[in-house]
Unconditional design. Sequence first.
Length: 622
Amino acid sequence: MCGIVGYIGPREATDFLIPGLRRLEYRGYDSAGVATILPHRGIHATKSTGRIDNLNRLLLNMPSPGGVGIGHTRWATHGAPTDENAHPHFGGDGAVAVAHNGVIENFQVLKDRLIADGYEFQSQTDTEVIAHLIDSCLREIRPDEDVVAADYEPLVRVVQKALAQLQGTYGLVILFRDYPEVLMAARLGSPLIIGVGSGEYYVASDASPLVGQTDKIVYIADHEVALMTADKLRVVHRDQGRVSHSVEVLEIESGDVELGGYAHYMLKEIFEQPEAIRNAMRGRLDPDAATARFGGLNLSPQQLRQADRLMLTACGTSWHAGLVGEYQIEALARIPVEVEYASELRYSNPPLGRNTLLFAVTQSGETADTLAALREMKRKGYPTMAICNVVGSTIAQEADGGVYLHAGPEIGVASTKAFTSQCTVLAMLALYFGRLHHLGYDAGIRAIEHLQELPDKVSGALETNDRVKEIAEKYADCNNFLYLGRQFNFPAALEGALKLKEISYIHAEGYPAAEMKHGPIALVDKNTPSVFIMARDAVYDKVMANVQEIKARGGPVIAVVCEGDRRIGRLADDVIEVPATADFLQPIVSVIPLQFLAYHIAVARGCDVDKPRNLAKSVTVE
């Protein structure tokens, strides 16, 4: 869950490393560091706790020159956020410098062995083990061996030997003091992308630092090592030897990764949702056949029709989207759906029929638990699909097929547009599977019409921003919230509570509204607002009764309702009206003011909205 960057070329490396780290800071911001190298002067490192700004101030006073360098922004796993634990870490007497994203599970065994061999450790991290291990292998190069003449093959061999001893995950960038013209990278389970420039190469954990630098990228796969000089890239696979690498086009534009006048990325991404939903649907609705269509499922309609059970697996916000998908698919397609936390599925042994189809739902495509669950299901022989936002990500590559969200980069740690895009894709899958089974033509056409209207409905919900800001300022000092909804809107309640917890650090819980009286009602008092997500659906009167139960006990009520609802005004303290749509799409519209509520409360409380404490965007550790 750290961000790593690297550069080799004619420019000062820090001119890329620092801006690159700023774009990766959503991956971790406990500490940061860079290391650069100059011939005959060794590797120079600058490290600091806290944000990239702290590191940049140090570099202004003490520059780190050189055209080859690596950088890192940290989300701590082993050891507290300190200067000593900040990356890059050195191996031996400074012959190697390493920046690492991932977790080395057997680091203690390796550390004990290295200490016995005379190595001294300066940090509590697992990463320092990698640096010392590479150094120990580096010493095995014969004094008479000409590494440069051998096209640096001995260096590749050294790194591969060290990596073979690691258990866990890693994305690595590596510098060598005695080979200042070389930059190396390697990956297993943690993303790495190489940008191809003119006489220069870039490395990053994801594509965002490369925007504006190059539009040509190479995805590094698991068990691959990349060796770069300024004019050449070589990629070597553990089992296959040297492999050819395909250069692909980077389709992200500068505006996608810049604030564009918004105060925070989260706010920007909330307002991007109508267009993100349009992109998710573009080319996928087929009115002639009254269905949806997907080009990447890689299974025929006959094969998909045989699926008699769907399993959705995910973590966090994506898990909530999966719950929305469960309601959507069961309502439209009448296929049983099970939604599992990926962290639980990877270690469980559920009894599943042979015609079960797995969908892994993920924004980043790198979530460690979701990836492990997908691999376990593949190992058991089940077909696997990905619903993913990041092209070329590990889950997208390893799944048998899938659907890209096309939501664009999501930089705010608290997911917004990925959630609504996931729900939209799941709604289209519900339509698709419904039309494969019992759903009639007319019902399919109506579903398409509702989907086509959805971006405008979400745009209407965005108009609640000012009203929600007023409500947020009213309740910003409260320290407990309840979020309540039923049926399709129950997952929206869970997601609203999660957003508030993530960025404002307020305790919040989401429940099915009827479950409130089975325990949570004990929490109700004048300082505990209850946020109800209500639609004019079959359970509207039931939810209204739950509102009355809260009011009878003196609890404030904030109600998110459909436009024109006049009944709720007699009970609720504050009402937020959003456009009405079909039941299976309502949570996509109703979640918008919940995102605003979390955002504005966090701002009112002085919280760092885009970089909430203890969290990172892409959870690549278990």
